[in-house]
Structures are given as C-alpha cells and as structure tokens.
Ligand binder design. Structure first.
Ligand SMILES: Nc1ncnc2c1ncn2[C@@H]1O[C@H](COP(=O)(O)OP(=O)(O)O)[C@@H](O)[C@H]1O
Ligand SMILES: [Mg+2]
Length: 535
C-alpha cells in the first residue's frame, strides 16, 4: 500500500527520464557485448517502467524503442557467436519485449477496470450513505414529533394545574419548532366577543419581547382579526411569513418595532369548537413548514381534550365546594337550633318545672298531715318534678353546654371529659396547653362537636380503658389530639366511604381550613388529630 502510494507520487517525467537513461545504458552495453549474448532482453525494463508510470503510450513507445534499439544493437554490436543463434536471440528479445508490453497493457486495463468498479462502488456507497442520512433525518424528525406529542400527552394526563399544563405545552412547542416566543389566546366566555389574551407565555430570553407582550396584554381580538382571529374563524392552523408586512395583524401597527416577524398559530379544539388559539413567533421571517402545521393541528385537538377535562374537573370541584358549604351551613343551622332549643328548654321549661316544684312544696305544707296517702302523693310529685328538672338540665346540656359559650373550649372539654368518665367508667386524662389563647365561638363549637364524635366512637367501637386528650396550638392552627388504648381503627375503616361519622368530622374541620388525621395500631389504640386554622 505504501509502495503504491509512492509510485503514484512519482511523476511521469521521472519515469521518462529514467527510461531514456536506462535505454542509453542498455544500448551502450549492447554495443560492447558480443552478439551471442541476449542483452536486448534488458529493454523489457523500459516496458516495465511504462507499467510503473501507469501509462499506456509509454508502454507501447518503450516496446517500440526497445525493439528498434535491439535491432540497431544487432547491427552495431561486436561480431562473434553463431549467426543463427544470434538472430534467434534478438528475435527472442523482441518477442519478450512485446509479450511483456502486452502483459503490462493487460495488467493496466485490469487495474483501470478495477478502478472504475471501485469508483462506481464508491459512488453507490455515497448515494446509499446520503439516503441513509436522509432517512435518519426523517427518523429523527419523526422521533422529535413523537416526543413532543408524547410529552404533551403525559402533561395532559398529569394532575397539574391547568395553567401549568398550558405553559408547559407552549414551551414544548417553542422548543420543538425552535421559535423563541409563544402565547395563548382563549375564546371569550361569550364566543361572539372573540379572543382574550392570557398570562400564559413562553419567552426564551425574558425581556426580549417586552413591547410585543405589553401590546398583546392590551389586545383582545375579534373573530377574523390578526393571526389568532383568523385561526378562530377557520379552525385551521395558519402561518404568516412576516407579520410586519401583513395588513391584518393589528399588533404590528401599535409599535414601530415589535421585535417579531414570522408567526404561526393553531386552534385548540373541543370537537369543532375553537376554545383557544396558541400563537408562536420568531424574530426572523420564516417560510411555512407544512409538517410543523400538521403536528400543531394534532396537538390542538389533544389540548382541547385537556381543557375539556379540566373544565369538567373544575365543574366537579365547584359542585363539591358548594356541597361542602351547604354541609357547613346545615351544621351551623343545626347548632343554632340546638342552642335555641337548649336555652328554651333550660330557661322556660326549667323555670316552669321549678315553679311547679315550688308550688307543690307549698301545697304539701298546706295539706293536712292526717292524710298520709295524699302526703305521699305530694312527695312523689315533688320528686318527679325534681327528676324532670334534672332531665331538662341534662337535655339542655347535651344539646349545647352553656359552658362552651361562657367559659370556652378548654372548660367545655373538662366538663365533657368528667361527664364521659362518669357515664362510661373509662378513665380520661386532659392536658390543656392552650395557655391564654382564646378560640372564637364558631371554631370552638366545631372542635367540641368533633371531640364529642370521637368520644362516641370510643364508647361504641374502641373497647378502650383509657383516653388521653390534649389541646394545644401552633402558629396557625389549634389542635386537639384524642388517643385511646383500644383495639385500633383499621386503615380500611379510615378510608371507607361508609364511615360517615369520620367523613362528617373531616368536613367540619375542612370548613375552617383544617383536617382530621386518624391512625390506628391493632390492639394498641387509635389516635385522632384534629387541626383547624386559627383564622
Ligand atoms: N376509636 C376507634 N377505635 C376503633 N375503631 C374505630 C374507632 N373510631 C371509629 N372506628 C371504626 O371506624 C368506623 C367508622 O366510624 P364512623 O364513621 O364514626 O361510623 P360509625 O360510628 O357510625 O360506625 C367504625 O364503624 C369503627 O369500626
Ligand atoms: Mg361514629
């Protein structure tokens, strides 16, 4: 290989000069040597030089020159030897020279044909490589499209906020198309009012398009107006090579230099309804790219589904919110009703009963002591009215302990804990770490009702012998922790939709931006943590 390269490098001239010198030397030698010696054979070297020079005429001329010099040598070389042998010698030399020449020519041709085959092969390889590259580029583009579509599909299915999803999609499209600016126009609530700008942007280099962004923020667009307006009407993607030269691009007329030239936009569709238009801009004039537009049409439909789903989600959240408010309101009304009834029962019924008891006592004193039957009946009536007075007190306490309104949550819990222990025999410890903090009445009521519900659950389900209650507060929340040493609630019971009591507790806490965390350990007990915002 190295030698071949060297031969290639040697110039034709070198071979020629070498050939001429050699032919001279051979001729001189030939003329000095006796006729019997086959010195003419040496002219073969000239032919071989022609082969080395890769030159067909060189080979032929070398053969001719060799033959001529061989003939001249025959004539001028010193006499000697047998004539017949000498002639035969000379003819043999000519024969060898020409045979070698023919062989060299054959070799040369074979080489040339090989070279041309090589060239053809190389061309074919080049062609194939080119095609492979093209396919590769197409494949890469295809991969980029699928990546874009996939990333948008993934983002659409994630539970991010809608604004975040939209911003992400705008950015993805910008990065895919290599355009530095993207924005979303949404269809106005009343579609006849056209499109309204949104705060959903992607800007590659913040600050680069401030003027344009400012103008856009102030520019709602009617149907058919500007690039997005046209897309709103047609429902198809659209492209403008240079917005500054477009008669229907109002934002370009509002400032001397808006910093953008090319723009494309595509609709976000729910069915056939355009619910928004995404627009993208470049500071350079760019020719339309059908492929990009086709992909954007696909993305538009996909984003439509996102908006549709999010709208439905928003709708369900709104309904849930309304239900929650309704529940809260019902609880409030119930509480008001209880307070009113408790007061009426306590004040009015209690007073009537006390009066009856008093009158009965007076009556009994006035009755003759001789009639023990009447005396006994009067005693019984007094006792009964006493019982009734106690019942009224208990009923009104159960309905709403006045202590809650008069002395606050901590005292109400102390009272409830005592009542609980005396009623059930379950030991109950209370730690009050509220210090001087005073909880407002409505929040106190919520906390107290949830607490009562946890005590009811302990009696009904826990099989506990001891309960610890702790009331505390942090920077933003008031917390009540109720811990029993019973059988322990199961996670499935905590999560069950049938646990309506627990659900009610959570809903009550949520009305004050709080929560109820419930944890159970089998045979070790249950902890209920109630947290509500201080407000
Ligand atoms: N302190 C507790 N210890 C053990 N299990 C409990 C406790 N509190 C609640 N549970 C379990 O959780 C379930 C749901 O409670 P809840 O929603 O209040 O419904 P209910 O009391 O009407 O059965 C109960 O049926 C019970 O099995
Ligand atoms: Mg219950």
């Amino acid at each position: 290989m190295e030698q071949e390269t060297k031969i290639k490098k040697d110039s034709f001239l070198t071979y020629l000069v070498t050939g001429l010198i050699l032919s001279g030397l051979i001729f001189v030698a030939d003329t000095q040597i006796a006729l019997g010696v086959a010195s003419g054979m040496l002219y073969v070297v000239l032919v071989i030089l022609g082969l080395m020079a890769r030159n067909r005429p060189f080979i032929l001329y070398a053969a001719v020159l060799g033959s001529v010099l061989n003939a001249v040598g025959f004539l001028v070389s010193p006499s000697g030897g047998e004539w017949g042998a000498v002639v035969a010698n000379r003819l043999l030399a000519v024969f060898t020279i020409w045979m070698t020449a023919v062989l060299c020519l054959i070799v040369l041709r074979a080489e040339e044909s090989q070279r041309s085959d090589n060239d053809k092969l190389e061309e074919k390889i080049k062609d194939r490589t080119g095609r492979v590259q093209e396919t590769n580029e197409l494949l890469n583009a295809e991969i980029a499209h699928s990546k874009l579509i996939k990333s948008i599909a993934v983002a659409s299915n994630e539970t991010r906020a809608i604004g975040e999803t939209l911003r992400f999609c705008i950015r993805q499209v910008c990065e895919f198309a290599g355009w530095p600016l993207g924005h979303l126009y949404l269809t106005a609530e009343n579609p006849s009012e056209g499109l309204v700008p949104t705060p959903f942007w992607y800007v590659e280099e913040p600050g680069q398009f401030d003027t344009f962004q400012e103008i856009t923020r102030e520019t709602p667009l009617d149907a058919g107006v500007g690039l997005p307006g046209r897309v709103l009407v047609s429902g198809e993607p659209a492209w403008i090579i240079d917005v500054t030269k477009d008669a229907n691009f109002p934002r370009a007329q509002l400032a001397q230099d808006i910093g953008i030239k090319a723009g494309f936009a595509f609709p976000i569709l729910i069915g056939r309804r355009v619910v928004g238009v995404m627009e993208f801009f470049s500071p350079k004039a760019v020719e339309p790219d059908q492929q990009v537009l086709d992909i954007m049409a696909q993305i538009g439909t996909q984003l439509g589904r996102v908006l549709e789903r999010k709208q439905a989600h928003g709708e369900s959240e709104r309904t849930q919110d309304q239900l929650r408010k309704l529940y809260h309101r019902l609880e409030q009304v119930r509480e008001e009703e209880r307070t009113r009834t408790a007061r009426e029962v306590h004040d009015h019924l209690g007073q009537v009963l006390t009066t009856i008891k008093l009158e009965l006592s007076l009556l009994r004193n006035k009755l003759s002591h001789d009639n023990p039957v009447i005396q006994k009946a009067a005693e019984q009536l007094i006792e009964m009215s006493d019982d009734a007075i106690q019942s009224v007190k208990k009923i009104s306490m159960d309905l709403r302990p006045p202590i809650l309104d008069d002395l606050g949550i901590a005292e109400a819990i102390v009272w409830q804990v005592k009542e609980f222990t005396s009623r059930t025999g379950i030991k109950c410890k209370f730690e009050d770490e509220l210090d001087d903090f005073e909880l407002d009445q409505e929040r106190a009521t919520t906390l107290f009702r949830i607490f009562q519900e946890t005590l009811t659950n302990i009696v009904r389900h826990a099989e506990a012998t001891e309960v610890c209650v702790k009331l505390s507060h942090g920077d933003e929340t008031v917390s009540l922790k109720v811990q029993d040493n019973g059988c322990g609630i199961l996670p499935s019971q905590v999560a069950s939709l049938r646990s309506l009591g627990l659900l009610g507790m959570r809903e009550r806490a949520m009305a004050w931006g709080g929560n109820v965390l419930i944890n159970g350990t089998p045979n070790s007990g249950t902890t209920v943590n109630i947290n509500i915002q201080k407000g």
